[in-house]
Write a protein that binds this ligand. Structure first.
Ligand code: UD1
Length: 446
């Protein structure tokens, strides 16, 4: 069993640079399949989801390589249209290859995508939008098939919700089409601007990404391009929350403050001193203040991906913080695990009330999704004693070697793996966790 062993209670100091954005490179890799040439992506994070995307590209016939944070995709001879089921089931963004393959080859087949279980996560908006673009889509025994005899056509369409994935789906598919597409109520996340700029370098004609109306003038072919992936705003937000939780003063390099403004503002309200320039310097207060209300919403609102990690810091703040999760219906999975560290959090539907405690204590905790896992690491950094955070595979989906990044800030985090585990059960003294009781992995006490 793999886990991160974290000795909490050490103030952070020093500098850390964020990696390239996971949510950007996943869409960029799907878009690279449209190209009739070679694309080179710099500043790519080495994540399991990125590796999965490369496997999909390989299965579709593209040639890929990944060295030293640089990915090369040669999609020139590729004409595959069936996305392997085992890849589809591993991550949600695999659905973007459905539109890309249909635009390139006139047909595509896949199963419904998997990904973190943070809600129902339907793909109805993706399929609806693709139908508007002229694709005939059928579903039998869970397998989605689509084809178009006339090619992708342009359309004017309005999303009923500004879904990030559905916006990417439309931009990618319509880039290689016969007409002009106007997408209203599009998502405005910065990753969409990254996607637009890369596609335009490949010869596409897209404008408006980053606003709620995106116009795509379709092209009959696209070339490849060289592109540097934007910095990961959620990794930056995670480092920010780490120093709020553990205390200390750090500098985050290679992040753009305008990309995660609501998280920075929340940290300021909680008492952090933050200076922004070429780098972001954050000094945590001696004791955090509670944050009266955080409500997640589409960009430029407070990002749902930062909800759990900020909640982990708020668990130690003075006073009561309220969190509303408005994007995904099952995104409080970290709460029961934070409670094992002593956090006092009540859930009522989409609202979580956090009554800050002066200290948290180390515990064995298990991630159930990517950002929930990051939240447990954030809490463990600020807790007294040792924590072991299980569910490492979730965390590896979105953070490249988080143990190295945190160690460079003076934290004590080790990636460990043991065949069998005895659970660490805290005694009543949070400062010195003891193995008062050991329990086997089956849950039986001994
Ligand atoms: C992307 C991000 C994810 C982030 C999320 C919201 C990637 C790889 N992932 O996910 O980290 O948390 O944006 O910022 O970029 N919905 C539907 N039908 C659809 C599509 C979405 O009902 O066809 C709903 C979802 O269930 C959810 C909401 O819309 O409730 C937002 O989802 P969406 O913006 O599409 O998120 P993702 O693209 O999956």
């Amino acid at each position: 069993m793999k886990y991160f062993r974290i000795e909490g209670g050490r103030a952070l100091s020093g500098k850390a640079a964020v990696h390239g954005a996971k949510n950007s490179i996943l869409a960029l890799l799907a878009a690279s399949y449209l190209s009739g040439g070679e694309s080179v992506f710099e500043n790519c994070p080495d994540l399991t989801d990125v590796r999965e995307s490369l496997e999909i590209l390989n299965a579709l016939g593209a040639k890929t390589s990944f060295h030293d944070h640089t990915i090369t995709v040669d999609a020139s001879g590729a004409d595959g249209s069936e996305i392997p089921a085992e890849r589809m089931l591993r991550m949600r963004s695999s659905i973007l290859f459905f539109g890309a393959a249909a635009a390139k080859t006139g047909r595509a087949a896949c199963v419904h995508p998997g990904g973190c279980a943070i809600g129902e996560r339907p793909i109805d908006l993706h399929l609806w939008a693709l139908r508007q673009l002229g694709l005939a889509i059928s579903e039998e025994y869970g397998i989605l098939n689509c084809k178009t005899d006339r090619g992708i056509t342009g359309a004017a369409l309005r999303l009923s919700f500004p879904s990030v994935g559905a916006t990417e789906q439309v931009m990618i598919t319509a880039a290689l089409s016969k007409g002009e597409t106007t997408l209203y109520n599009a998502a405005c996340e910065p990753e969409l601007v990254d996607l637009q700029n890369y596609l335009n370098l490949c010869g596409a004609e897209i404008r408006g990404a980053g606003s709620s109306t995106v116009v795509i003038r379709g092209k009959s072919s696209l070339s490849g391009a060289q592109w540097r992936v934007m910095p990961d705003r959620i990794e930056a937000a995670t480092l920010l929350c780490a120093v709020l939780s553990a205390g200390g003063e750090i500098v985050i390099e290679n992040a753009r403050p305008e990309h995660f403004r609501p998280v920075l503002e929340a940290a300021r309200q909680m008492g952090a001193e933050i200076t922004e320039g070429g780098e972001i310097r954050i000094k945590a207060p001696k004791r955090l203040r509670a944050i009266p209300e955080i409500a997640t919403s589409p960009y430029p609102g407070f990002p749902t991906d930062a909800q759990a990690i900020l909640m982990a810091a708020a668990a130690k703040a003075e006073g009561t913080s309220i969190f509303y999760e408005n994007i995904f219906e099952n995104r409080f999975q970290q709460v029961s695990e934070l409670a094992k560290m002593g956090a006092k959090i009540r859930i009522n539907g989409r609202m979580a009330t956090v009554e800050g405690r002066e200290t948290l204590s180390g515990a064995d905790v298990s991630a159930a999704d990517l950002r929930g896992g990051a939240a447990l690491m954030v809490a463990a950094l600020g807790a007294q004693g040792v924590s072991r955070v299980f569910g490492v595979d979730f965390i590896d989906r979105g953070y490249e070697t988080p143990e190295s990044t945190l160690e460079s800030l003076g934290a004590c985090v080790r990636r460990e793996e043991k065949g069998s585990i005895t659970w660490l059960i805290k005694d009543s003294k949070p400062e010195s966790p003891q193995r008062a009781t050991v329990r086997s992995a089956s849950g039986k006490e001994s």
